[in-house]
Design a protein around this ligand. Structure first.
Ligand code: HAM
Length: 435
């Protein structure tokens, strides 16, 4: 039997609806934030990802799928979306159309990693990239988009961790003190960190092998080496997050695993024990050099990406079912001849307005009609008797929240529409509230 390659998986027909639902939610959020879809190739010329001999990130040095095609071109399966989007932005001169391009993408990425729960060799990312503005406010927009997605998926216990890596000058100063610090412990550093010491000592802070050693904890922190400009910029990001009441934790150990970041970096972590070390569901940051490093005009950028597999896993643990069972919008329980006639009129109005409705044509009792509402999986149950009818009122039960109220007969349609509009807006009440 031929089996799937290690680190890959099949999405079988019974699982694909939840993927489609997740993608739907993502598209809605992108529309609200006005990010437009971009689709770039799954493979790129290797130089898109292998830009720099000095690159020290695991992703670029150890995890890419590289091969020569039949014409001996060096090709790499994309390990992430940002560099491909940047290549396309430059090649298609998107900067000519708009001073700021707000782009999103979804699709498979490839990394030769050790597979485990939530870590695959082929996995899917949803990512956004905002190119052309260096405003701290757009950093906040990107983080807030991530928070909206978390909220829309009903995920609980998510922490936004944030840090600043400062500008080039700040990082150069910091690198010097890091080299000084870690050089004292050369014999205790792992081989990777010894290489990083020469090329990019910042990445040592991301090491999973040396992380718990004492000399790690005593290493100088970047925030002590940010210059005035970088410090103020970071302050502005944090105060704007406060303004929109988005809760975060400043983590001065956060440096991120990719080499292109400057200033803001952040990660969204779920606190689900089963996730173990793979608890980062989304991450990103600012990258003001990447476009020019790839040969484009100097263009600041900021973005983030989520792992779709991790989002789906997290929503399973949060027991939020992404796929809602099929049902009707409203069931009308009518008690008595006059009420039945009025129910039929109301149903007609609602159906013309696009809402699926049903009523009982067998004049059953209250109990049997409630059962039918249940069987039809009605979102709302309306109950109309003579008393209500005489007062131009109707009782309604929201079967999702179990809330009951009496409303005007004239408001039946708008009542449902208002409720649905609110729910379909993934941003309503979306901020991860400040404690
Ligand atoms: P990243 O942190 O390498 O960032 O990946 C983003 C997310 O992709 C991770 O938080 C995780 O949820 C998911 N992910 C990464 N590797 C795997 C894997 N092997 N299996 C399953 N899920 C995985 C980036 O890729 C940057 N391009 C993000 C970004 C966009 N920065 C700026 N713009």
């Amino acid at each position: 039997m031929i089996t799937k390659p290690k680190g890959t998986y099949d999405v079988l027909p019974n699982e694909s609806p939840k993927w489609a639902s997740l993608e739907n939610v993502i598209r809605k959020i992108c529309k609200l934030y006005n990010y437009k879809e971009i689709r770039t190739p799954i493979f790129e010329s290797s130089e898109v990802f292998h830009r720099d001999q000095n690159d020290t990130s695991d992703m670029v040095t150890k995890e890419t799928y590289d091969f020569l095609d039949r014409s001996e071109r060096k090709i790499t399966l994309r390990p992430e979306g940002t560099a491909g989007v940047a290549r396309s932005f430059i090649e298609n001169k998107l900067y000519v159309e708009n001073p700021v391009s707000k782009l999103f993408y979804m699709g498979p990425m490839f990394r030769y990693e050790r597979p485990q729960k939530g870590r695959n060799r082929q996995f899917n990312q949803f990512g956004v990239e905002a190119l052309g503005s260096d405003s701290p406010l757009i950093d906040v927009e990107v983080i807030s988009l991530g928070a909206s997605l978390i909220r829309a998926l009903g995920l609980k216990d998510v922490t936004v961790k944030i840090n600043s890596l400062g500008d080039e000058e700040s990082r150069a100063n910091y690198k010097n003190v890091l080299i000084e610090h870690f050089s004292k412990y050369k014999e205790d550093l792992c081989q990777d960190c010894l290489n990083r010491l020469e090329k990019n000592p910042l990445r040592i802070l991301d090491c999973k092998v040396d992380r718990d050693k004492e000399f790690f904890k005593t290493a100088p922190k970047i925030n002590e080496y940010l210059n005035e400009y970088s410090k103020n910029r970071f302050k502005e990001v944090l105060s704007s997050l406060d303004d929109i009441e988005l809760k975060y934790v400043v983590d001065d150990n956060l440096v991120r695993g990719l080499d292109y970041y400057s200033h803001t970096v952040f990660e969204l972590e779920v606190n689900i024990p089963e996730f173990g070390a793979q608890n980062v569901i989304g991450a990103g940051g600012r990258y003001d050099q990447l476009i020019s490093d790839l040969g484009g005009p100097k263009t600041p950028g900021v973005g983030m990406a989520f792992g779709l597999e991790r989002l789906l896993l997290a929503s399973e643990y949060s027991s939020k079912n992404l796929v809602k069972p099929e049902g009707i919008m409203a069931y009308f329980i009518a008690l008595g001849k006059n009420a039945e006639k009025e129910a039929l009129r109301l149903i007609n109005v609602c159906r013309i307005g696009g809402l699926s409705c049903e009523m009982d044509y067998l004049s059953g009792g209250l109990k049997s009609q409630f059962k039918k509402a249940d069987k039809n999986n009605a979102r709302f149950t309306f109950i109309l008797g003579d008393d209500e009818l005489n007062n131009f009122k109707i009782n309604v039960k929201d079967n999702l929240t179990d809330e009951q109220e009496t409303i005007s007969l004239y408001d039946v349609y708008t009542y449902m529409i208002n409720k649905l509009n609110k729910e379909n807006n993934p941003c309503s009440g979306c901020n991860l509230k400040k404690e």
